[in-house]
Design a binder for this molecule. Structure first.
Ligand code: PEP
Length: 256
């Protein structure tokens, strides 16, 4: 079965000192929770300090973005080799803010996903529709297209580590989460599409997280849904107490 997973996307917040101070306050609050995996995605400058601070703790640390090449003349970019060299284990790919502001297209998501898998970084691939697309009944088409292009040319046997985050763009940072039923509907579309793209085994074991205005008071009902395996959390992950309450309130899948 799929173990629940909750990840913190800190976006462009927290210095290295603030990031490690977060862990100091946060870890005692969650360390006895064995049912949910926890990953922190700090800013790039906080990554080395947070990776070091998280050593020996049941918390993993990843990068919010990366280039797909190992090295080259790409000013400002960070390669998968550089991330694994400092001990990062995960990477976010295709977050809607990266898609919107930094030209992270579906084709680049595909290149980054291939690079992450080749380097042993666990990828969390973010997909989701805009509000106009939902209003025009295009949600299923958008999700399927984003997923198909992301997976293009990747062997099924390589997809074991894949994690997907369904993040409806209209719910991110808006304070208005998708209802559990609306989110479950999208997760079902994604899982069904995974069956045709990657086969039934990968579809059954791939974790699909929900992201978009998750809070301590809505996580339980969201994760109660059959196809929702955890959450990617932005704003509410910045405070250690608030984020620990989200983790405590997750509804784990039966049998895990
Ligand atoms: C996110 O940035 O991935 C996100 C889900 O943000 P928020 O929780 O603030 O909506």
């Amino acid at each position: 079965m799929r173990k629940t997973l909750v990840a913190a996307n800190w976006k462009m917040f927290k210095t290295p000192a603030e990031s490690t101070a977060f862990l100091t306050s946060f870890y005692p609050l969650i360390k006895s929770n064995a049912t949910t995996e926890v990953i922190l995605f700090p800013s790039m400058t906080s990554l080395p300090a947070l990776v070091d601070a998280a050593r020996g703790k049941s918390v993993e640390v990843g990068s919010q973005c990366m280039h797909w090449l190992d090295e080259g003349a790409y000013t400002g970019e960070t390669s998968p080799t550089m991330l694994t060299a400092i001990g990062a284990t995960h990477v976010l790919i295709g977050h809607s803010e990266r898609r919107r502001y930094f030209n992270e297209t579906d084709a680049r998501v595909n290149l980054k996903l291939k690079a992450a898998l080749a380097h042993g970084l666990t990828p969390i691939v973010c997909i989701g529709e805009h509000s106009e697309e939902r209003e025009r009944n295009l949600t299923a088409n958008v999700l399927k297209l984003q997923l198909s292009v992301a997976l293009e040319g990747i062997e099924r046997s390589a997809l074991g580590p894949l994690v997907i985050a369904y993040e409806p763009v209209w719910a991110i940072g808006s304070g208005h989460n998708a209802t559990p039923a609306v989110a479950e509907d999208a997760h079902e579309i994604i899982r069904d599409h995974l069956v045709s793209e990657a086969g039934p085994e990968i579809a059954a074991t791939t974790r699909i997280l929900y992201g978009g205005s998750v809070k301590p008071d809505n996580i339980a009902e969201i994760t109660r849904m059959e196809n929702i395996d955890g959450a990617l959390v932005g704003g509410a992950s910045l405070d250690p107490v608030c984020f620990s309450q989200i983790i405590a309130n997750v509804t784990p899948h039966p049998g895990v």
